[in-house]
Design a protein around this ligand. Sequence first.
Ligand code: NAI
Length: 296
Amino acid sequence: MQHITVIGGGTMGNGIAHVFAQHGFEVTLVDVAPAALEKAIATITRNLDRQVQKGTLSEADKTATLARLTTTSDLKSGVSKADLVVEAATENVNLKLKIFGEMDQFSPENAILATNTSSISITQIAAATKRPAQVIGMHFMNPVPVMKLVEVIRGYATSDEVCSQIMALSSQLNKIPVEVNDYPGFVANRILMPMINEAIYTLFEGVSDVEGIDTVMKLGMAHPMGPLQLADFIGLDVCLSILRVLHDGFGQPKYAPCPLLVNMVTAGKLGVKTGEGFYTYTPGSKDLVVAPGFKK
Ligand code: NAI
């Protein structure tokens, strides 16, 4: 594989493009929003600079990485030479089905089509194409240049060969791939989201407060971040939508989202991205301050 196209230049897309370009692949980054492409290149440059400062990347490798990256707002030309397309656009079923239809129509016949979706069925996405055996989940973790895991998700029709190719490619990126099957939440979110939901229920029922719950999980379970802080980091809207996928997919009450989570999302308190969730976030400050509504 030589040419990788990444669809969507947001939080995940820019990280995925960064990692492929750094490992020698020619990368085309596609986003409908030209401003998102500008921001993506600025973010990649800043993150590469950080690697140079840390001594983990040479200045020459940084320049070569940036030279391997091109951007476009035109999906059709952007995928026309791809060996692999990794879709990392907004998490919305209808949008992804439409994008996969276009990826299938305009990319070379033998190209593999991957999605970074956190929760949408790979099998459903594959059904929007004429090559379901070549469709697979490639679920990177945020921040992509730092996190080692790639959850490789086999759809119902994904071929053994495509799966082996994506496992090998993930290792080539210096990541650790884990192969999983296509059921709601895959492995990562099926285990993580009920834990986050339970932490919110624990707060909702007054068992402890925000700092108490996060401290128990950090110090008691050696988690680097408490579940409420992690929920703010992921985005409370994203957590809610994944819980709904689990609830709909399995039909079990244990996945029902906590009413407090639903209320916070309805009120627009989505975590880091809106400046407030369980904590408040001030740009430039690393202090963790409990949000006014949760102060003792
Ligand atoms: P984001 O909102 O930061 O970026 C999405 C980008 O997609 C935007 O720049 C938007 O302009 C672009 N886009 C929308 N429609 C498009 C189209 N038709 N063609 C091309 N680009 C289009 O979203 P984020 O957080 O990067 O998420 C992307 C995917 O990665 C989602 O499927 C999400 O579930 C998944 N994911 C997110 C993680 C996270 O921590 N944010 C972690 C793992 C997976």
